[in-house]
Design a protein around this ligand. Sequence first.
Ligand SMILES: Cc1ncc(COP(=O)(O)O)c(C=O)c1O
Length: 392
Amino acid sequence: MAADKALASSPGSLDARLTQRLKDLRAADLYRSLSAPHGIDLCSNDYLGLSQHPTLKSRMAAAVEAEGTGSTGSRLLRGERTCFSHVEQSFAAFKQTERSLYFSSGYLANVAVLTTFAEAGDVIFSDELNHASLIDGARLSRAEKVVFPHNDAAALERLLAEHERTGQSPGQRFVVVESLFSMDGDEAPLVDYAALCQKHGAALIVDEAHAVGIYGERGSGLIEARGITNDVFVSINTAGKALGVAGAFVAGSENAIEYLIQRGRPFIFSTAPPPATAAALEASLEVMEKAPERRLRLLTRAGQLRARLGLPGNSQIIPVILGDNERALIVAKALQAEGFDVRAIRPPTVPAGTARLRITVNQGLSKIALDRFADALDAAMLDHAVKADTRS
Ligand SMILES: Cc1ncc(COP(=O)(O)O)c(C=O)c1O
């Protein structure tokens, strides 16, 4: 017995466990491999093509020359630089909030927001399709979690009312959603949520990862587009997608941001991002303001591809749901062989049984390239006898 116990906790048995787990992943077609970009980009989040923009590149290179490669410490110690506060002011102005705070990733920003503002006795109402970083943030917080059906404002209202009626968890309520869902490309009913939050005294937290830079008159996101800026407690805006660089901004009131600086563990206990990313983001904001045609072209191209594929909706994220993991892999591979960089998305990124191709459009794609891609997709689906199911 004692010998069994020793074996179970020996490094050798841990290795055996990992080997078995990896084998299980392969058997379920859930094994991932790292693969650099190849072919025409139909899967990145570089929606506006800013990661390759000459102004961003030169400003980033100049900042590396001036500031060095790393920030050398946390923001509250020697890692602070004026370029961080400058870009935070610029981003807050862009988002029309009092203040913003720059994090080194969207994942970190989401964990910071949920673990800092939500306390024991509070309740987080979270859309069932929220991104892993929101799920993990909610899990790490000490608040109660209530998951509501995707984009279902009526169900959310029932749950909020039920909580009020039963007097459970009398603390602060938070409603947490993505504005444009990352794997489905559909939009949250933000106006309904804003009204519900007002009625029930809940704080609305919106992850604008896939909307910032694209939607709204000024391109600041769906919060702007739907006119609910004053109804949102904080938004999280990743800077590694349409903004073309890295990191994320949390935008909100003076008080909320100051509290994050004072109490947000992922902010306090992590090295500040490289200063050059802040310099590149300053350029990104300038380019977005001067070149609105990039976001207009993106949405035109997305509309053209959707129309060609006969899919409703209008966002730049187009899911083609294939269901089965193996099927998704086979169809993705067939498209890759034709020169299109499309990747299969499988659980746990999406719910079991909804493996898919997540096709993303970027503003640099020509209509001809999109038509060629649509032909290749039709052929691959036919070859592999797949009936596409779409949700958007
Ligand atoms: C909705 C959403 N939130 C947050 C993140 C995390 O952002 P980052 O990649 O900057 O860590 C992502 C990234 O994929 C996302 O899709």
